[in-house]
Structure formats: structure tokens, C-alpha cells
Design a protein around this ligand. Sequence first.
Ligand SMILES: NC(=O)c1ccc[n+]([C@@H]2O[C@H](COP(=O)([O-])OP(=O)(O)OC[C@H]3O[C@@H](n4cnc5c(N)ncnc54)[C@H](OP(=O)(O)O)[C@@H]3O)[C@@H](O)[C@H]2O)c1
Length: 256
Amino acid sequence: MRRLYPVTSPEAPVERLYEDLILDAGTTRAHVALGMVVSLDGAVTVDGVSGDLGGDADQVAFRRLRDAADAILVGAGTVRAEDYGPPRATEARRRARLERGLGETPRLVIVSGSLSLAPDLRVFSDPSARPIVVTAAGADAHRRRVLDPVAEVLVAGDREVDLAAAIDALTERGLVRVACEGGPSLNGALLAADLVDEIFVTVAPVAVAGDGPRLARGPQPLDSRRFALAEVHEHTGELLLRYRRIRHPDASRVGG
Ligand SMILES: NC(=O)c1ccc[n+]([C@@H]2O[C@H](COP(=O)([O-])OP(=O)(O)OC[C@H]3O[C@@H](n4cnc5c(N)ncnc54)[C@H](OP(=O)(O)O)[C@@H]3O)[C@@H](O)[C@H]2O)c1
């Protein structure tokens, strides 16, 4: 693995990728960093899952982002498609988090309007790691009761999930560094609400064609959301890019 930008570094073991990564702690609202892997031709899935796209470096990047976050935000579509499990970490990773002032493990936060999440899903299997499920006030009351024993249900929005209100609620709980793991619908909605502060994207050196979705989707294109390149790493053909959101037109460069 080597860093190519902002300064080139000599070849290093892939485990050193983002080893000192610390996400900004949001002050007025939680900082949201999106992490995704895409194929060379822009797909984020093969046969409905992302698993085969990411190589060694992507796996390290995925872990580093989790290790730098207070919360992992994920859409219910991804939880269902990828059979998500509760966040787990080795003793060493837990210790390292505590030393950096974070909780032992990040809190998993699932966004679901429909609450079509069976309580026996693997993601709810660890009573010591109850996820937060963010939904809207209009969600089915029965489904909500069913989830109550296995999750903390948080209401944000009336008929639909209000993602800005959801991020505010996480901020109030001290979950101020949020790693979002997708998928494309959630990403699109977060971008539409301008809640994405950083994007970590791994470009996998494969072309897969097919009709898999892109990194983000939504009902209509957005006014361009501009990002500045902050870091580039390479490992056996995988390209790891980090971009930071530019909200002020004159801030064209962002340091690493
Ligand atoms: N390549 C990668 O890095 C990567 C990463 C993650 C996921 N993926 C892939 O992406 C696919 C899943 O993506 P997806 O787009 O179908 O689902 P998604 O973005 O993971 O989740 C969408 C779901 O989130 C809930 N939601 C509630 N409020 C929302 C809002 N305001 N905006 C958007 N979503 C809201 C809804 O759940 P309810 O239906 O429960 O109401 C909605 O169906 C899977 O195939 C997965 O493998 C790839």
C-alpha cells in the first residue's frame, strides 16, 4: 500500500492504511463520513451484494472507518441484502478505541421507514449491542412493538424519516462521528439533505457491467454537491479516495 496524495509515501503493509484515521467530531451536528466500494464501471453491487468488489485494502478501510466512528449508519435495504451482523471488534480494537476516547464499539443505527425488519435478523442477535432503528412517527405500531425488545426505536419525522432530525438526535446522544455504510438510497437521501461531510470510496479494479446501482440514487439529480480531494492511496490496483465536502465556493482545496 502506498499513499499517492497529498504526499507520496513509500510502500507499506496494507494494515497501515488510515491507521491514524480520526473523524472530525461534529459540534453543531454529527460529522457524517460515507464509505463505499465501487467497481471501475461504477457499480456498487454484484448479484445484489457488495462482497466480491472489495479487496484487502477496502476491508482495512472499512474497518478503520468503523474504528473511528461513534455510530455506524446503514439503510434497512443494506441490512436485509447483506444480512448485517452486530458490530464486533477484537480486544485490541476495543482497547484502541477506548484509548482514543471512543466507546468500546460503535453503535449501529439502521434507517427504516417501513420497519420491515424481523426481530430474529442476525443484526438483532446480540443483546449487548442493541441497534438504534430510526423510523418515522407514522410507522406501523405493531412492527414497532415487535422490535422494541431487540432495538431502540427512535422517531425522526412524521410520515417519512427526516434524516436531518435523525442526525440531530444522534448528535444529542453524543454520537458525533457517524460512519455511513450505505446503501445507495440512504446515500442519495443524505446527499439531498446535504448531510454528507466526507466520502471514502474504494475503486475496485474490476468492471462488472450488469444493472447494479451507483453509489447514490434518488428521485431526481441534485444540484452538484462539490467535494475536494483529500487523500489517495493505492494497493494492488485498488484506489482509495477520500473527499471532503466543500460548502463554501472559495474553499477549493482541503488539506489531508
Ligand atoms: N458497494 C458498497 O459499498 C455497498 C454498501 C452498502 C450497500 N450496498 C448495496 O446496496 C444495496 C442496498 O441499497 P438500497 O439503496 O437498496 O438500500 P439502502 O440505502 O441500504 O436502504 C434503503 C432503505 O432505508 C430506509 N429509509 C428510510 N428513510 C429513508 C430515506 N429518507 N431515504 C432513503 N432510505 C430511507 C428504507 O427502509 P425501509 O424499506 O425499511 O422503509 C429504504 O428502503 C444492497 O444490494 C447492498 O449490497 C453496497
